[in-house]
Design a protein around this ligand. Structure first.
Ligand code: NAG
Ligand code: NAG
Ligand code: NAG
Ligand code: NAG
Ligand code: NAG
Ligand code: NAG
Length: 413
C-alpha cells in the first residue's frame, strides 16, 4: 500500500504537467504504430520471399543463409522415420540401443524436425559418402558427441556392404572407414577438449576432476589433418567450479588452483580457439560446434511430479520455447563469444544449434533401457528412476536429426 499512497501524494504537483505529458504520450503511440506498420510490411515481404524460395529454389546453395534450420517444430512421421533400424546397425552402441534393452514404446523414433522457414534436405548416405571421398570427418568431444558419431555411422552403414567397411579403435580414436570411398568417420574422445584426468576413453570416471586448461596439443595433434571437425563440450563442465592444473600432471612444477564456472570453461575454449587459429588450414578444414545437449532430470520443470525425471516419459514437451533449468545460458554465451572472436581472426566455426529442438524431447533418453555397467542394487530395482539415464539419447532418435542438420551444412559446402 505504501507506494500507492506515495503516488497519490505526487499527483497534485504533477497535475500542471498532465496535459503536456498526455500529448507526448499520444505522439509516442502514433510513432510506435508507424514503426509497427513498417515492421509488419517488412516481415510480410520477407516471408513472401521465403515462400517463393520454398517453391522455386531447388538448389539449396543459400538455404543456410536464408533459413534458420534450428527454429521449427517436431512432426510425427512414421513413414520416413526411423532412418535406420536399431537392430540393423552393425556398430550400434549398447548404451543407446533402447529397444534391445527393453523399451516398448517406439514413437521416439518417428519424429522429423521441420524448420519453419524451409525443409531440411533429405538424408542421402551415398551423397554424403561422395562428399567425404578421400576425406576425414571427425567428431571430437564427450559421450553426447559419441552418440552423434554412432548415429552418423548407423546412417551410412546400410549403404555399405559388410566387406567394404571397417571399424578400428586405438586409444581415444575410433575410426569407421568406408573403404571404397576412402572416407572415414572418426571419434576422438576428449570430453573437456583440453587435457584432463578424464581423458581415458574407458576409465574416465574419476572422483576428483582436474583439467589443464592451457594444454591441448596431446589431443589436437590427432585432428590437424581432418577435413571436417565437429566439436562439442558441455556436460563435463556442469559444476560450480573446477580444479585446474598449471604445469604437468607428474611434474614438480605442478600448481593447482580452483577456478569457478563459467570462467574455467572460457579459459579452456580460448586454448582450443588459439590452437585452431594457428593449426587449421582454412581452405581445407570445415569446423562445427554442436551446442549444449539438454538433460531431463527434473520432471517438475515441465510440469511433472516433483522427484521424477525422464523415466516413463513417452511424449515430448509441447510448450513452444520450453527450456529446462539445467541448460546454462552463461555457458552458451561463452561459446558464442569464443566463436565470434574466432570469426574476427578469419576462422568460421559453424554452430549446430541443437539445444532448443532437443529440449522438447524429454522422451528421447535411454532412461533405464540401456546396458548397465554395474549390477543394479535392490534399491535401484525397486525404484527404477534412480538409475534412469536422462542425459544421452536413444538411437535411432534425436541425434539422427542433429546429423541431418550437420548433413545440410556438409552437403552445401
Ligand atoms: C538456438 O536456436 C534457438 C531457436 O532458434 C534460439 O532461440 C537460440 O538463441 C539459438 N542459440 C544459439 C546459441 O544460437
Ligand atoms: C503410423 O502411425 C499411425 C498413427 O499412429 C498408424 O496408424 C500407422 O499404422 C503407423 N504406420 C506405421 C508404418 O507404423
Ligand atoms: C542419393 O545421392 C546419389 C549420389 O549423389 C544419387 O545418385 C541418388 O539418386 C540419391 N538418392 C536419392 C533417393 O535422392
Ligand atoms: C585417402 O584419404 C586420405 C585422407 O583421409 C588421403 O590422405 C589419402 O591420400 C587418400 N588416398 C587416396 C588413394 O586417395
Ligand atoms: C595407436 O595410436 C598411437 C598413439 O597415437 C600410435 O602411436 C600408434 O601407432 C597407433 N597404433 C596403430 C596400430 O595405429
Ligand atoms: C591447405 O589445404 C589446401 C587444400 O587441401 C592445400 O592445397 C594447401 O596446400 C594447404 N595449405 C597448407 C599450408 O598446408
Amino acid at each position: 500500500m505504501a507506494p500507492k499512497k506515495h503516488q497519490l501524494q505526487m499527483l497534485p504537483a504533477a497535475a500542471a504537467n498532465a496535459w503536456g505529458i498526455r500529448t507526448t504520450f499520444h505522439s509516442l503511440i502514433a510513432l510506435l504504430l508507424a514503426v509497427l506498420v513498417v515492421i509488419a510490411l517488412y516481415l510480410t515481404q520477407k516471408s513472401g520471399e521465403l515462400m517463393q524460395d520454398r517453391t522455386t529454389r531447388k538448389s539449396s546453395g543459400d538455404l543456410l543463409a536464408r533459413c534458420n534450420l534450428f527454429s521449427g517444430k517436431w512432426v510425427f512421421d512414421n513413414k520416413t522415420y526411423p532412418l535406420y533400424k536399431e537392430q540393423k546397425c552393425t556398430f550400434m552402441s549398447d548404451q543407446l540401443a533402447c529397444q534391445k534393452f527393453g523399451r516398448k514404446d517406439f514413437n521416439y523414433q518417428n519424429w522429423r524436425w521441420q524448420p519453419y522457414q524451409c525443409d531440411l534436405p533429405r538424408f542421402n548416405a551415398t551423397a554424403l559418402l561422395e562428399k567425404l571421398r578421400n576425406k576425414r570427418l571427425m567428431f571430437v568431444g564427450d559421450s553426447l558427441n559419441r552418440g552423434q558419431w554412432v548415429s552418423m555411422v548407423c546412417l551410412v552403414d546400410s549403404s555399405i556392404p559388410p566387406a567394404k567397411k571397417s571399424m578400428y579403435q586405438n586409444g581415444s580414436l575410433a575410426t569407421f572407414k568406408a573403404i571404397e570411398y576412402n572416407a572415414t568417420i572418426e571419434l576422438y574422445w576428449a570430453p573437456l577438449l583440453v587435457e584432463s584426468n578424464s581423458d581415458d576413453p574407458v576409465n574416465h570416471r574419476v572422483p576428483d576432476r582436474i583439467v589443464r586448461v592451457q594444454a591441448i596439443e596431446k589431443h589436437a595433434r590427432h585432428w590437424t589433418d581432418a577435413d571436417i571437425l565437429v566439436f562439442n563440450s558441455f556436460l563435463w563442465w556442469r559444476r560450480s567450479q573446477m580444479k585446474v592444473l598449471w604445469g604437468s600432471f607428474e611434474g614438480p612444477d605442478a600448481i593447482y588452483k580452483t577456478v569457478k564456472m563459467p570462467r574455467v570453461y572460457e579459459m579452456a575454449l580460448k586454448t582450443w580457439a588459439d590452437w585452431l587459429e594457428v593449426h587449421i588450414n582454412r581452405t581445407k578444414t570445415q569446423l562445427f560446434f554442436v551446442s549444449m545437449s539438454p538433460t531431463h532430470q527434473k520432471a517438475a520443470e515441465w510440469g511433472g511430479a516433483k522427484g521424477e525425471n525422464c523415466y516413463g516419459e513417452t511424449e515430448q514437451v509441447f510448450k513452444e520455447g520450453y527450456r529446462g533449468q539445467a541448460t546454462c545460458p552463461e555457458m552458451m554465451q561463452v561459446v558464442d563469444r569464443v566463436l565470434d572472436d574466432l570469426k574476427t581472426r578469419g576462422l568460421n566455426v559453424q554452430m549446430i544449434n541443437i539445444t532448443q529442438l532437443s529440449e522438447y524431447r524429454k522422451e528421447g533418453h535411454p532412461s533405464i533401457y540401456r546396458k548397465q555397467w554395474e549390477p543394479l542394487t535392490e534399491d535401484q530395482i525397486s525404484n527404477p528412476k534412480t538409475y534412469a539415464d536422462c542425459i544421452h539419447w536413444c538411437l535411432p532418435g534425436v541425434p539422427d536429426v542433429w546429423n541431418e542438420l550437420l548433413y545440410a551444412h556438409i552437403i552445401n559446402l
